[in-house]
Structures are given as C-alpha cells and as structure tokens.
Write a protein that binds this ligand. Structure first.
Ligand code: COA
Length: 198
C-alpha cells in the first residue's frame, strides 16, 4: 500500500514538473505570453500537448479507442489534432494551436516549436513509417506542410507556408513550395555544408 502511494506521489510530482517546464517553454517562445497563470489556462497548444500525453499513454497500453476519443476531444476544443500514436519529446510548444495536424508515425524531438496550421503528414497509404521525423530544436512556421517520412535536422527552421517533401539538414532554413534550403544558416554561427542542401 505504501509502495502504491509512493508510486502515485512520484507520478503526480513528475506531471507537475512536466507542466512547469511546458509553461516555461511557452513563456520563453511566445513574446505575448507574460503571465504563467494565463499561459496555463488559455494556451490551446499546451492543452493539446497535455491531452496528447494522456492519450499516448493509453495508446501504448493498447487502449486505442479511449486514446482516439481523447485525441478527438482535444481536437474539438483546441483545433490541434495529434494522433496518439505519434512520438513527441519534451518542451513541445504549439503557438496559437488551431489547424495543426500530426500523424500517427511522426516523431518529434525535444524543444520543438510549431505555429498554427502546421501539418506533419503522410504521403503513403501503406501502414509504414509515413510521417516526418523532426529533430530537437526545430521551428516550423505557420501553415507549413511537412509531408512524407522526411527528416528535419536538429535546429533547422521551416518558413511559413513552406511545403517540405525532402530532408532538411541540421541548422538549415528551408522556405518555399517545394521548400528549398536558402543560403545562410538558421544560426549564423553555425555553417551548413552546401553539399547537404536539398
Ligand atoms: C523562414 C524564416 C525562419 C526566415 O527568417 P530569417 O532567417 O530571419 O530570414 P529573413 O527574414 O532575413 O529572410 C531571408 C529571405 O528569405 C525570404 N523568406 C523569409 N521567410 C520566407 C517564407 N516563409 N517563404 C518564402 N520566403 C521567405 C525573405 O523574403 C528573404 O528573401 P531575400 O533574401 O530574397 O530578400 C522566417 O521568415 C519564417 O517564415 N518564420 C516563421 C514565422 C511564423 O510562422 N510566424 C507566425 C507567427 S503567428
């Protein structure tokens, strides 16, 4: 009994710590977000990721129906649709929420930020890995579509409304339709090897 109580307490402490770091990430990334209580109560992106985490835990335990129902509930409230089978890292932040779609086999690293209208979508009807892999510290601009099992490398930036259908190297900036890596690194202190450009 004592062990169960301690396990539950550990789980609650872990959840509180996660919520705190998510709120801190939102605070850091959104200049309009100045009050933690307002962020906590009104950020649809955070509400979507918290619901996703619960749905993902259910999905991993094989409770697929309740996981999908929870995910669709979050979609109705926040406008963000994250498939419970997707894998998403820590301090993930979606600014504005609305219109984001993240597919079942998408893999998203830590410290990733999306704006509204981003799709991490599939291009195949096969039941295979068909959605993007987004590495740590990537930012994806409003309305961008990243489709297929492409990899967006660590620290890359995807411009608003880009359509990405090929890998983007680490630290690069890709814009346009179809997206191309533009000259100059996302982080000027880092150099991107031009041979790696798409
Ligand atoms: C792609 C992005 C990250 C580049 O930022 P940056 O490195 O500061 O680049 P700059 O603004 O200096 O622009 C550099 C060039 O790329 C072009 N460019 C910038 N963003 C672009 C985009 N989304 N699509 C097409 N071209 C773009 C600029 O016109 C400029 O072209 P030029 O060199 O021919 O003049 C940024 O423009 C962007 O799209 N961020 C997403 C922001 C967003 O979604 N905000 C939503 C808030 S609600």
């Amino acid at each position: 009994m004592e062990r169960i109580g301690r396990g539950l307490l550990d789980r609650v402490m872990e959840t509180v710590a996660t919520v705190r770091e998510d709120v801190a990430a939102a605070h850091r990334r959104d200049p309009a977000a100045t009050d933690d209580r307002i962020i906590l109560l009104t950020s649809p992106g955070l509400h979507a990721i918290w619901t996703y985490r619960a749905a993902h835990a259910l999905w991993k335990r094989g409770a697929k129906l309740p996981a999908m129902v929870l995910a669709q509930g979050a979609r109705s409230v926040t406008g963000v649709e994250i498939h419970p089978g997707a894998t998403i890292g820590r301090r993930f932040f979606i600014d504005h929420g609305m219109g984001v779609v993240i597919g079942e086999t998408a893999e998203v690293g830590d410290d990733v930020m999306l704006y509204h209208g981003v799709t991490l979508g599939g291009r195949s009807m096969e039941r295979v890995k068909r959605h993007p892999t987004v590495e740590d510290e990537v930012t994806i601009g409003a309305g961008a579509r990243v489709i297929g099992p492409v990899t967006i490398g660590h620290g890359a930036q995807i411009g608003a409304n880009a359509v990405v259908v090929k890998d983007v190297p680490a630290l690069a900036t890709a814009v346009g339709v179809p997206a191309e890596v533009r000259a100059g690194a996302a982080h000027p202190e880092e150099q991107v090897d031009p041979a790696m450009w798409i």
